[in-house]
Write a protein that binds this ligand. Structure first.
Ligand code: HEM
Length: 447
C-alpha cells in the first residue's frame, strides 16, 4: 500500500491551526459526557443496588440525567469527527474500511444503548430498582463495547504501517472485506487511560451536581418523619403520576406485591437520611474523596505506561517497519534508526501535575481550607487543565505517528470561508445552548 501523496489531496479548507484547535477542543468537549456514561453509569448502577440513601440519590440523579448527557456527548463527538474527515480523511477512511464491520457495529451498539438509557431513566423515575439496574447494565455494556471500538479505530488510523498486513489477511480478490481487527494491549491501555480520566470527571460531576444542580427538599424535618405522615403511596409527592396510576391499577387487580407497595411508599423520602444527618452535599465530598484515588491511580499509571513505555519507550511505535516502506517514494523514507521523542518533554509532567492538583483540591476541601462553589470551580479548572493537556498530547502523538505517511501541516491551504463561518456560528450557538440549559438547571436549584 503506497503512502498518501499529499500533493494529490484537496487543499485544507481552513488554516492548519484552526483544524487542530477545534479537533482538540471538540475531543475535550466530547470527553466530558463520554466519561459520564463510561464510568458514571456503571457506578450509578452499583450504588442504586447496594448504596445507602445518599448513594441512591446520586445514582437516581445521574441515571435520570443520562439521556441528556448522551445527547450532548454524541453531538459533541461530531465536532472532532468533522475535522478528522476534513484533514485526516486519507488515513481515516482506509483504517475504518479495513475494520468496517466493527466500525458499523458502533451504530448497532450505540442506538440500543441510547434507547436503554431512556428506559432506565423512566424506570428510575417510577421508583423501580432492579429493572433500571438491568436495562442500565445493558446500556453500559453496549457503551463500553462502543468505546473499545473507538479506541481500536483511532489507534489503527494512527498506525498506517499495520494496514498492508491487515489488508492482505482480510481481503477477497484484492478488495478489503472489512473484517480486519485491531485488538492489542496498546488499544486496551489507551482505553484504560480514558477510563481513569473518566473516573476523575465523575468525581467532579458528583460535586458539581450537588453544589449547582441539586435541589434540597424544602420541607423541614427528616425524610423519615415526613414519610411517617403518609400512609398511601398515592400521597407520595416524589412518585411520578404515571407510576402512581400504574401501581393503583395493579392494586385494583390485586396484583401489587408488598415489596412494590413499600418501595412506592418510601420512594424519595429516606435518601438524605440513611447516611446520617450530614445531608447529600456533604456526603458527595466524602464519596469524591474515595473515588478520586481510583481515578488518580488509573490515570497516572496508564498514561505513564503509554507515554514512556509505548510511545517514547524502547519499543517505540515511531519506528516504521521496513517492509511497509518498500514502495515508498523518497520523501516518505523510513525514520532514522535513532527514534526521536514524540511527545514534548514538558507536556506529560504538566498533565500529571494537573491530575495531582485535582486530588490536592479535594484534600484541601476535606481539611476545611476551601469549600462551597469556589471549591467546585477550582476542581473544574484542574480537570479542564488535565483534559486539555491530555487532548493536546494525544493530538501531537497522532500527528507524529502518521507524519511519514500524511503530513497534514504540509497540505496546501485552500480557504473556504463560507462553510467555516457556518461551522463557527453553529458551534457558538450549540455551546451557548448547552451553557443556557445548565445555567437554567442551576437557577432552578437555587430557587
Ligand atoms: C456516536 C457518536 C460519537 C461520535 C461521533 C464520536 C466521535 C469521536 C471522535 C471523533 C473521537 C476522536 C477524537 C480525536 O481523535 O480528535 C472520539 C474518541 C473517543 N470516543 Fe467517541 N464518539 C461517539 C460516541 C462515543 C461513544 C458512545 C463512546 C463510548 C464510550 C465513545 C468513546 C470514545 C473514546 C473512548 C474515545 C477515545 C479513543 C482513543 O483515543 O483511544 N464515543 N470519539
Amino acid at each position: 500500500m503506497t503512502p498518501v501523496d499529499i500533493y494529490s489531496l484537496n487543499g485544507l479548507p481552513a488554516p492548519y491551526w484552526f483544524i487542530q484547535l477545534f479537533k482538540v477542543l471538540g475531543f475535550i468537549l466530547h470527553s466530558v459526557p463520554m466519561h459520564l456514561w463510561l464510568a458514571g453509569l456503571p457506578l450509578a448502577l452499583v450504588l442504586l443496588l447496594i448504596g445507602g440513601g445518599n448513594g441512591k440519590t446520586f445514582a437516581r440523579r445521574l441515571l435520570k440525567q443520562m439521556p441528556v448527557v448522551m445527547a450532548f456527548g454524541i453531538n459533541l463527538g461530531i465536532v472532532p469527527l468533522l475535522f478528522i474527515q476534513v484533514a485526516y480523511y486519507k488515513v481515516f477512511y482506509p483504517a475504518t474500511i479495513l475494520m468496517a464491520w466493527h466500525w458499523i457495529g458502533i451504530l448497532v451498539l450505540v442506538l440500543p444503548a441510547y434507547y436503554l438509557l431512556y428506559i432506565t431513566s423512566g424506570l428510575v423515575d417510577r421508583g423501580f430498582k432492579w429493572r433500571p439496574a438491568f436495562s442500565g447494565a445493558g446500556a453500559s455494556l453496549l457503551l463500553i463495547g462502543a468505546g473499545l471500538i473507538f479506541a481500536s479505530a483511532w489507534s489503527l488510523m494512527a498506525s498506517p504501517e499495520s494496514w498492508p498486513e491487515l489488508w492482505r489477511a482480510k481481503s477477497l480478490a484484492a478488495a478489503a472485506t472489512g473484517l480486519g481487527t485491531n485488538w492489542n494491549p496498546v488499544v486496551l491501555l489507551r482505553f484504560i487511560s480514558i477510563c481513569g480520566l473518566a473516573i476523575l470527571t465523575v468525581t467532579f460531576w458528583v460535586l458539581f451536581d450537588a453544589h449547582f444542580l441539586y435541589v434540597p427538599k424544602k420541607d423541614s424535618g427528616s425524610g423519615r418523619q415526613q414519610q411517617q405522615q403518609i400512609s398511601d403511596f398515592m400521597e407520595n409527592p416524589y412518585l411520578s403520576r404515571s407510576r402512581k396510576k400504574e401501581l393503583s391499577k395493579l392494586r385494583d387487580r390485586g396484583k401489587l406485591t408488598e415489596e412494590e407497595e413499600l418501595e412506592a411508599l418510601t420512594y424519595g423520602f429516606n435518601d438524605d437520611d440513611e447516611a446520617g444527618a450530614e445531608g447529600y452535599p456533604r456526603w458527595t465530598l466524602r464519596f469524591a474523596s474515595v473515588l478520586v484515588w481510583f481515578g488518580v491511580c488509573i490515570t497516572l499509571g496508564s498514561l505513564w505506561l503509554y507515554y514512556y513505555k509505548v510511545i517514547d519507550g524502547p519499543e517505540s511505535v515511531t519506528s516504521v517497519p521496513e517492509a511497509s516502506m518498500v514502495n515508498a517514494p523518497a520523501r516518505f523514507a523510513a525514520p532514522s534508526a535513532a527514534p526521536e521523542r514524540m511527545i514534548p518533554v514538558w507536556i506529560p509532567p504538566v498533565t500529571f501535575t494537573a491530575v495531582g492538583l485535582f486530588a490536592a483540591v479535594i484534600i484541601l476541601a476535606n481539611l476545611g481550607k476551601v469549600g462551597g462553589k469556589l471549591f467546585v470551580a477550582l476542581l473544574g479548572l484542574c480537570l479542564a487543565a488535565a483534559l486539555t493537556f491530555f487532548a493536546i498530547t494525544r493530538q501531537i502523538i497522532q500527528n507524529e505517528q502518521i507524519k511519514n505517511y500524511l503530513d497534514v501541516r504540509s497540505i496546501p491551504e485552500q480557504m473556504q470561508l463560507s462553510p467555516l463561518l457556518v461551522f463557527l456560528l453553529v458551534f457558538l450557538f450549540g455551546a451557548g445552548l448547552i451553557f443556557w440549559m445548565v445555567a437554567a438547571m442551576a437557577k432552578t436549584a437555587k430557587r
